[in-house]
Ligand binder design. Structure first.
Ligand SMILES: *Cc1c(COP(=O)(O)O)cnc(C)c1O
Length: 335
């Protein structure tokens, strides 16, 4: 069989099967296509209700959401922010946008999420905590926040991380971009930290083409985040701007897509779980391949099905397998 006759199997494709056309047509018919409009507010309200937080602020993408959350949490240039090693690059870039520096925290071996024990060990052996301020002894810089990244649809051990953050007076910004809908001890992720960020990129569980959201229980933080994402406009009539702002607001067109997508989220999650069960079944007897696990404390949404490859046992490295699957028209990606 030639390669061209094989069906290409992509990693992730959006499913547009609900009210997307209806809602977007309404935007087009009424002329409300840009950064003001009822769908932006509705998408914020609907997502806040789904996650179970009172406040939500929509942004142009997930990276902008994280950047805004860091600024809102007062992360300053030359501060340090802890972030997962095992992550897409976006939160690390967002830390650099603020002028702060990332400190990478390794993952635990079972579920591949940020390891709280590594954080405690680092603070106890390499940092000094005095008068509410945590200093990295080696760099002399202040550590001000932690970004635990809930990767691949599975939650971080988020309670432990929030407890550590409280002990050391640090802010927690959950990067929940890959794990919308997942829960930890029965509570939705995105409700544990000071703020949490979501992404609606084309490959995420729900998509707006491009888009993001910050959720928080703190109205003052939400107000400040909204201010920063709308050019820090203090006075809508006279165009007075009271600080450096950003053009980070989601458009009404994109939000209309998001509202329709969110209506279908339960069916998307059910599909992801059924795909994961199929792979678990199919791969269980292949030595050298360890499928992703779900912690008994977690409800994963299995966003991107992932396996760990022990090259010696399996007889091929992950990279070699990636190329082999590529030849078979099956898209995979390394982590
Ligand atoms: C997708 C993603 C983001 C945000 O991505 P955008 O493309 O900017 O929406 C941030 N962090 C992680 C871990 C992601 O996977």
């Amino acid at each position: 069989m030639s390669i061209s006759s094989k069906t290409f199997i992509p990693l992730c494709i959006p499913e547009i099967q609900g009210n997307e056309w209806t809602y977007i047509k309404e935007c087009l018919d009424t002329g409300w296509v840009s950064s003001v409009g009822s769908y932006v507010n509705k998408f914020e309200d609907d997502l806040a209700a789904y996650v179970g937080q009172p406040c939500a602020v929509a942004t142009v993408n997930g990276t902008a959401a994280i950047h805004t959350a860091l600024m809102t949490c007062d992360v300053q240039p030359d501060d340090e922010v802890l972030v997962s090693t095992m992550t897409f690059i976006a939160p690390v870039n967002a830390i650099r946008y603020t002028g702060a520096h990332p400190v990478l925290v390794d993952c635990e071996p079972d579920y591949w999420q940020m390891n709280p024990e590594k954080i405690v060990e680092f603070f106890q052996t390499q940092c000094t905590y005095r008068d509410g301020t945590l200093i990295n002894n080696q760099t002399g810089r202040k550590i001000t926040a932690i970004i635990p990244v809930h990767i691949l649809g599975h939650p971080v051990a988020i309670e432990a991380i929030c407890d550590i953050a409280k002990d050391y007076n640090l802010k927690v910004i959950e990067d929940a971009t890959e794990s919308l809908g997942a829960s930890y001890k029965g509570q939705k992720i995105g409700t544990f930290g000071d703020m949490a960020c979501f992404s609606f990129n084309g490959n995420k569980l729900i998509t707006t083409g491009g888009g993001g959201m910050i959720v928080t229980s703190d109205e003052a933080l939400a107000h400040r985040a909204r201010h920063l994402t709308t050019q820090a406009k203090h006075d809508a009539l006279e165009y007075i701007h009271d600080e450096v702002g950003y053009n980070y607001r989601l458009t009404n067109l994109q939000a209309a897509l998001g509202v329709a997508q969110l209506e279908q989220i339960n069916s998307y999650i059910a599909k992801k779980l059924s795909i994961a069960r199929k792979y678990n079944d199919a791969l269980k007897n292949i030595s050298g391949i360890s499928p992703m696990q779900e912690s008994p404390e977690a409800d994963s949404v299995f966003w991107l099905y992932t396996v760990y490859i022990n090259a010696e046992v399996y007889g091929m490295t992950a990279r070699e397998l990636l190329h082999k699957l590529h030849e078979e028209q099956i898209q995979t990606r390394p982590l």
